[in-house]
Design a protein around this ligand. Structure first.
Ligand SMILES: Cc1cc2nc3c(=O)[nH]c(=O)nc-3n(C[C@H](O)[C@H](O)[C@H](O)COP(=O)(O)O)c2cc1C
Length: 333
């Protein structure tokens, strides 16, 4: 069971925070596919403190998404604490998460994200200050270290625990690795053994079986799934079911993928507006279409869509073509 502070998740499967992806439209969809916990995309502490309109829009949470973890990032104590206080008082997030993993230079050069991993004392100081300022449970998402020579995962995790952090999500890669190589799951096991707060393992879970293996090999309290859920909320559902019953549910059909992509688009339109949503949908559509036979032929056309109607017409025709081809193949076969 996964429990963070007083919040009990209904299962151990967590949607990873993903910038530009995990807004309310996607999170709600993933939630409906059974996720125990959904994480929002990272939000700038300074954006919150300066009350930037676009940043504040990112704090929108639909009640149906809960329990939800909202992640903030920053490099300075004052603004981080102020942002956390704002999230604590003015949002319906259940958990406040601090980003200590983002490898992007724009973030690390401001001493935010993965930069913290070099200094357990700073982690202690920052987390303690946030914990003291808010009522909601505070958690941390981190990479295992900065580079191979600086893997302080255990010291860093202990610092989070001492400071009053209530859980740690650990991605088994260093900052320097970005997304290369394989995630190290041994370090997840080592961290789990070093602290008493819940540890959520993350990195390279591509199948429901991977999730089970990670839980077994590391003893982690939860599994966090990122890239495998892009355009694929079924990955969450299939993992939940596999962990609960051992049953491996099949992959969705082309029609199912396309129908959920339309639902996702409609939610993006409600959240933003049609113009922005249809453009934002392009990358999601490419992920939804992944694995569908002949998807290359509509990918370019999707990238030219500017309205919902165009998108819906295009993808429903595509689904119908695939079904007709399948029927023909079954008939002939
Ligand atoms: C598009 C994208 C955006 C991401 N944005 C964030 C973020 O905002 N905050 C964060 O802590 N991690 C972020 N990550 C990292 C993921 O949460 C996760 O740690 C990483 O993808 C490894 O898990 P996976 O192998 O299941 O994808 C992002 C990853 C991707 C692919």
């Amino acid at each position: 069971m996964l429990k963070i502070g007083d919040i009990e998740m209904k299962n151990q499967v967590v949607l990873a925070p993903m910038a530009g992806v995990c807004n309310s439209a996607f999170r709600l969809t993933v939630k409906e596919f059974g996720a125990g916990l959904v994480c929002a995309e990272m939000v700038s502490d300074k954006g919150i403190v300066l009350q930037n309109d676009r940043t504040l829009e990112m704090l929108y949470i639909d009640e149906r998404e809960k329990p939800l973890s909202l992640q903030i990032f920053g490099g300075e104590k004052d603004t981080l604490v102020q942002a956390a206080e704002y999230v604590d008082k003015h949002t319906n997030a259940d958990i406040i998460d601090i980003n200590m993993g983002c490898p992007v230079p724009k973030i690390t050069k401001c001493d935010a994200g993965a930069k913290w991993l070099l200094d357990p004392n700073k982690i202690y100081e920052m987390v303690a200050a946030v914990v003291a300022a808010v009522k909601k449970p505070v958690t941390v998402k981190m990479r295992m270290g900065w580079d191979d020579e600086h893997v302080f995962a255990i010291e860093n995790a202990r610092a989070v625990e001492r400071a009053g952090g209530q859980a740690i999500a650990l991605h088994g890669r260093t900052r320097v690795q970005l997304y290369e190589g394989q995630a190290d799951w041994d370090i997840i096991r080592d961290v789990k053994q070093a602290v008493t707060i819940p540890v959520i393992g993350n990195g390279d879970i591509q199948t429901p079986q991977d999730a089970k293996r990670m839980l077994e090999e590391t003893g982690a309290d939860g599994v966090m799934i990122g890239r495998a859920a892009l355009g694929n909320p079924w990955m969450i559902y299939r993992t939940v079911k596999y962990l609960e019953t051992g049953e491996l549910i099949g992959e969705p059909t082309a029609r199912e993928k396309i129908d959920v992509s339309i639902l996702h688009l409609d939610r993006l339109i409600a959240l933003k507006n049609e113009h922005i949503a249809v453009r934002e949908m392009r990358k999601h559509a490419a992920w939804y279409m992944k694995g569908i036979r002949g998807n290359a032929r509509i990918r370019n056309q999707i990238n030219e869509c500017t309205t919902r109607n165009q998108y819906v017409r295009l993808v429903t025709n595509f689904a119908a073509e695939i079904e007709a081809e399948d029927q023909y193949a079954n008939h002939v076969g």
